[in-house]
Design a binder for this molecule. Structure first.
Ligand code: NAD
Length: 472
């Protein structure tokens, strides 16, 4: 990198080494976990208008210790092999932390998606999918992509359709990709999953009195001031859910076009609507425009949520960060060297490989749904509903009291798919945080949550290798 700082991949490797020093795992085993197992770098032509453009793209399978491998596909002009390798490695650790039985992978296509028409994006996506199929880099039991920066359900539907055209008759074909629209074999709750996971993870993290008093905060999400960078999929759902369900106060938002600030709080639902209509967050009523988009990161606040791209907090601005908590909704938003500075300042960093794992968790649920060929809740919803009705009727009979329709509906309700997905996600985020915190508290030499999270992941991945007899 021209700045002399570590590259994203080097940053991830440095964090790995820091954590590995706290384990007693075999050196060879650590090396096996650390390296990328397969790197597919490709170039393919796509006809754009009257010209052919050669598109640069990647798919990296970091660890095949569990199959399929899993990880999103990113569309951005910043995509390069180093970045995709770093993101794939993070996926391996992330899956292990939240007990999702996948290896880590990631894909990237070096394009600015805003520069192409829908038809052109479809051609690029289908051609990329065809390249993955040709090299056996996609399949329900091989490697399962999902959305990431610059992609969403639409792209996943194109990938599914391309895969199925090449694999006619594959009964499990729908499980070749996740993050699909609900109408295309997707699952309810996937679109919001990463942001919702950030909320559940944060809610758990701020619930411990001793942890909060160490950084001068009280427990609970209510009233906590938040700054969000990036109002895309992850940032917007994080903001919406933290505001609506956690009663947090979003005081600033930063986007590509600039940043806005209001100490009174910004209504995120209204802001998203405003940006859709005007194409910008700037000028949103009741807010002030900040000097530039990076300025929002340096505001005093309780929780800073970088939800855009990697390397946003680095050696040049880390000293200016005034947040008490940095929740890494994006992957790698704090560089390894930037982290050293934040930790010295006493900032609580909730690491990406935990806090943004909601996406892959619900992707796992989607994959299971596709393989089972059945919607969650279909079998038991009515049965549970009837059982609760029976209990209520008994209570009414025994007590002689009556129940209103509203109360009855509140208690006697069977779970729908969305209820089960959210419940599974909350359980996953809470128990993963507890595991990380337990390591953090038990291993006195570990002084940050990222290292603790890495140690959790390394122990689980190592156990997989050892149980297969590959390492002693
Ligand atoms: P997205 O494309 O939906 O949104 C990203 C937003 O960030 C865009 O609106 C973009 O304009 C904005 N942005 C870009 N550079 C910025 C800057 N310098 N300052 C302010 N805003 C900027 O992408 P996403 O899916 O929300 O992903 C965001 C991050 O979260 C990425 O690091 C991604 O790897 C990570 N992540 C995504 C998911 C997922 O399910 N989508 C899951 C886990 C992690």
């Amino acid at each position: 990198m021209s700045t002399g700082e570590l590259s994203f991949y080097q940053s991830v490797q440095r964090n790995f080494d820091k954590a590995a020093a706290h384990t007693d795992l075999h050196k060879g085993l650590l090396e096996q976990i650390k390296v990328c197992n397969a790197v597919y770098s490709m170039r393919f032509p796509v006809k754009i208008g009257n010209e052919y453009q050669v598109i640069e793209a990647y798919r990296v399978q970091h660890s095949q210790h569990r199959l399929p491998t899993k990880g999103g596909i990113r569309y951005s002009l910043e995509v390069n092999q180093d970045e995709v390798m770093a993101l794939a490695a993070l996926m391996t650790y992330k899956c292990a932390i939240v007990d999702v039985p996948f290896g880590g992978a990631k894909g990237g296509v070096r394009i600015n998606p805003k520069a192409y028409s829908t038809k052109q994006l479809e051609s690029i996506t289908r051609r990329y999918a065809a390249e993955l199929i040709r090299k056996n880099f996609i399949g329900p039991g091989i490697d399962v992509p999902a959305p990431d920066y610059g992609t969403g359900g639409r792209e996943m539907a194109w990938i599914l359709d391309t895969y199925i055209s090449f694999n006619h008759g594959d009964i499990d074909g729908a499980a070749c990709v996740t993050g699909k629209p609900v109408s295309q074999n997707g699952i309810r709750g996937r679109e919001e999953a990463t942001g919702r996971g950030v909320y559940y993870g944060l809610k758990e993290a701020v619930s411990y009195k001793d942890d909060m008093s160490r950084i001068g905060l009280t427990t609970g999400m209510a009233g906590k001031t938040m700054v969000i960078q990036g109002l895309g999929n992850v940032g917007s759902y994080t903001g919406l859910i933290c505001q609506n369900e956690g009663d947090a106060k979003i005081i600033a938002v930063s986007e590509f076009e600039g940043a806005i600030h209001s100490e009174k709080g910004i209504n995120i639902a209204e802001l998203i609507k405003y940006r859709k209509e005007t194409g910008s967050i700037l000028g949103f009523p009741g807010t002030k425009k900040m000097k530039d988009r990076a300025a929002a990161l340096e505001l005093p606040c309780d929780i800073l949520v970088p939800a855009a791209l990697e390397n946003q907090i680095h050696v040049r601005n880390a000293a200016n960060i005034q947040a008490k908590i940095v929740a890494e909704a994006a992957n790698g938003p704090v560089s390894s060297e930037g982290e050293d500075i934040l930790l010295k300042k006493g900032v609580l960093i909730i690491p990406d490989m935990f806090i943004n794992a909601g996406g892959v968790t619900v992707s796992y649920f989607e994959w299971l749904k596709n393989l089972s060929h059945m919607r969650f809740g279909r079998m038991e919803k009515r049965f549970n509903q009837q059982t609760y009705e029976n209990i209520l009727n008994l209570v009414v009979k025994l007590t002689g009291k009556t129940l209103g329709d509203k109360e009855r509906l509140f208690v006697a309700r069977g779970a729908d798919e969305i209820d089960l997905v959210r419940s599974g996600l909350e359980e996953t985020m809470v128990s993963a945080y507890q595991q990380i915190r337990e390591v953090y508290k038990r291993k006195k030499k570990i002084t940050d949550l990222r290292t603790a999270a890495f140690v959790c992941a390394l122990d689980k991945i190592a156990a997989d290798y050892v149980s297969r007899g590959i390492f002693p």
